[in-house]
Design a protein around this ligand. Structure first.
Ligand code: GLA
Length: 361
């Protein structure tokens, strides 16, 4: 009864390929050096108790009652398991995290997947990483009500140190291909710029984009917008649907190009893809914001080979491929620029590609 088990689930940044997962496209994320630790043990009774960031709460172990707020990401997994015919045991769960919430680093996927690992483990169900990712997504989509795709959950479950993951969402079960990411050997690092502006994908513009993408696919008679051809884009007359379709088409092409550049260690080309992706998501797909644009512009001005917003957008983080010696200058520059605009202080850190979810000793 008293055995404690522990898991670490990392955050992720998406190197390229945003707003493509829910239309059957491509993306290429890495896991980063921030994460969530979930510690759990069995407890008597019918309720699971959770301790997180100084707060405590409890819920029906099978997730049958509806809870809201951060607890929904925990109870939602019990509910998702129950829907799959697996009964979650009653647990004591302690959650610790250094992932900023709402920063576009997949704190919610790290949490749901960490809880799914704990609940399946104590239920005696040997879940595969794909099953863990799908349980996390089900909790987030159908219980919490955030209409996200599968990018975040597959990133945090499958990531490998020193690799990016080429993810292909065209099939019901996404395909995962690790690609070596050796920019450190070329004297480069990946800087993450948390702009401190925040989003909420359960209520914000993310859902609107998703609907627009679905309307564009429907108006072209496509099941998934990522299979769109150039001739079909040209035939679209609705300006909004056209401006959502074009970036999906070009973003998928950029992911293919970036994967090749990564394999060939062509850092200039890789950087060009990142920046082109930002411009397209900003101008056509319109999911960037002034803070992210300034972060990208500043990184490029400080000599980054490429920079872009990462994740769902409307706030959160940007990434930049840059020489490590320039990161301090970039940080000071951004702090001054943000301060001059009365924006909250940004946080700049560097990360290697790290391992995905795993049990700790
Ligand atoms: C959020 C969602 C993902 C994905 C990205 C954008 O992180 O959770 O499913 O759509 O935005 O690429």
């Amino acid at each position: 009864m008293n055995e404690i088990r522990k898991w670490l689930v990392p955050a992720r940044v998406n190197l390229i390929g945003d707003h493509t997962d829910y239309s059957g496209g491509l993306a290429m994320p890495i896991a980063i050096n921030k994460g969530i630790t979930v510690k759990a043990r069995l407890r008597e009774g019918e309720r699971t108790h959770v301790w997180s960031m100084g707060q405590t709460a409890d819920f029906d172990r099978l997730g049958r009652e509806h809870v809201t707020g951060w607890l929904a990401y925990v109870a939602g997994v019990a509910w998702a398991l129950n829907e799959r015919g697996i009964q979650a045991p009653a647990l004591d769960i302690v959650i610790e995290s250094d992932i900023p919430v709402g920063a576009g680093l997949s704190s919610s996927a790290a949490l749901t997947c960490g809880i799914a690992l704990a609940m399946t483990s104590f239920a005696g169900y040997p879940a595969t990483p794909t099953e863990i990712a799908l349980l996390g997504a089900k909790a987030e989509n159908d219980y919490v009500g955030a209409p996200t795709g599968l990018l975040d959950q597959f990133s945090v479950c499958f990531a490998q140190a020193d690799h990016a993951l080429l993810l292909d969402f065209s099939q019901p079960e996404p395909q995962v291909t690790p690609v070596e990411a050796k920019w450190a050997e070329a004297g480069l690092t990946l800087a993450v710029i948390d702009t401190a502006s925040r989003h909420n994908h359960a209520t914000g513009g993310y859902g609107t984009r998703r609907q627009e993408v679905e309307s564009a696919a429907a108006s072209l008679g496509l099941e998934q917008l990522s299979s769109v051809g150039l001739d079909q884009i040209v035939s679209l007359t609705d300006p909004v649907l056209k401006s959502r379709t074009q970036p999906v088409f070009t973003e998928n092409a950029r992911v293919r190009g970036a994967a090749k550049a990564l394999r060939d260690q062509r850092w200039d080309l890789f950087g060009t893809m990142l920046t082109a992706s930002h411009n397209s998501l900003c101008e056509d797909f319109q999911v960037s914001c002034p803070e992210l644009d300034l972060a990208v512009e500043s990184a490029l001005a400080r000599g980054a080979l490429g920079a872009r917003m990462t994740g769902g957008g409307f706030g959160g983080c940007a990434i930049a491929l840059i020489e490590p010696e320039r990161v301090d200058e970039l940080r000071s520059m951004l702090e001054a620029l943000f301060d001059a605009r009365d924006w909250p202080k940004p946080n700049v850190f560097v990360t290697p590609p790290t391992n995905g979810a795993h049990q700790l000793p």
